[in-house]
Design a protein around this ligand. Structure first.
Ligand SMILES: N[C@@H](CCC(=O)N[C@@H](CS)C(=O)NCC(=O)O)C(=O)O
Length: 223
């Protein structure tokens, strides 16, 4: 295994996108192997590369890492995005999990049957407006960052989450001024500004090709 960081996933957001975000913010270069066939996935399974036969998988520091949260925590810990002590860390985890909950609801949207899509969208909007965004607005009332007055992975996840929400509901932040200011500050961070440029390793929202590829590669989940 070389010293390179290599991501094994689909050419789309899914459970890898937050990992791409965090690596980009940490300034870590990475390569990607895109799964496009069932055979590629089966080979990784047969080689014992996927502990639970699931992706994302990230080759890093001589390890084959799986479980997206474990991977995120490792990157955050390694690159000083995980607080100064366990009390900061638990707050970072709380804010991160809140963002994760919202993003997971959005990620399943493309795989939701057409007749259930609108009700899923309504659920996302309600949860965002009533629970999630108010909590972050409050957290940012007197502070630049969510925890400990320095950048952490929770801030990165919040930015990713709010951008995803705006893709679905363009005016959703209009009543959350502190989150809007936060977004502006975060987007000015050079590594983030670079990641937001066209041509970066950031992925677009799911399209038909992505959905079809996931359903082909992981065909056992869709029978
Ligand atoms: N808890 C895992 C879930 C990973 C997961 O569900 N991966 C899907 C693709 S997004 C998968 O590989 N599923 C195959 C399977 O479960 O058999 C994580 O966060 O990494």
């Amino acid at each position: 295994m070389s010293g390179k960081v290599v991501l094994y996933y689909f050419n789309g957001r899914g459970k890898m996108e937050s990992i791409r975000w965090l690596l980009a913010v940490a300034g870590v270069e990475f390569e990607e192997v895109y799964l496009t066939t069932r055979e590629q996935y089966q080979k990784l399974v047969d080689d014992g590369a996927l502990m639970f036969n699931q992706v994302p998988m990230v080759e890093m520091d001589g390890m084959k890492l799986i479980q997206s949260k474990a991977i995120l925590n490792y990157i955050a810990g390694k690159y000083n995005l995980y607080g100064k002590n366990i009390k900061e860390r638990v707050m970072i985890d709380m804010y991160s999990e809140g963002a994760r909950d919202m993003m997971d609801m959005i990620l399943i949207l493309p795989f939701t049957p057409a007749d259930k899509k609108q009700s899923q969208l309504d659920k996302i909007e309600k949860k965002a407006k009533e629970n999630s965004l108010p909590a972050y607005e409050k957290a940012l009332a007197h502070s630049q960052y969510l925890v400990g007055n320095e950048l952490s992975c929770a801030d990165v996840h919040l930015l990713e989450m709010t951008l995803m929400l705006e893709e679905l509901f363009p005016t959703i932040l209009s009543t959350f001024p502190k989150i809007q200011e936060f977004q502006k500050r975060m987007k000015a961070i050079p590594a983030i500004s670079k990641f937001l440029q066209p041509g970066s390793q950031r992925k677009p929202p799911a399209d038909e090709v992505y959905i079809k590829t996931v359903m082909t590669v992981l065909s056992h989940l869709f029978i």
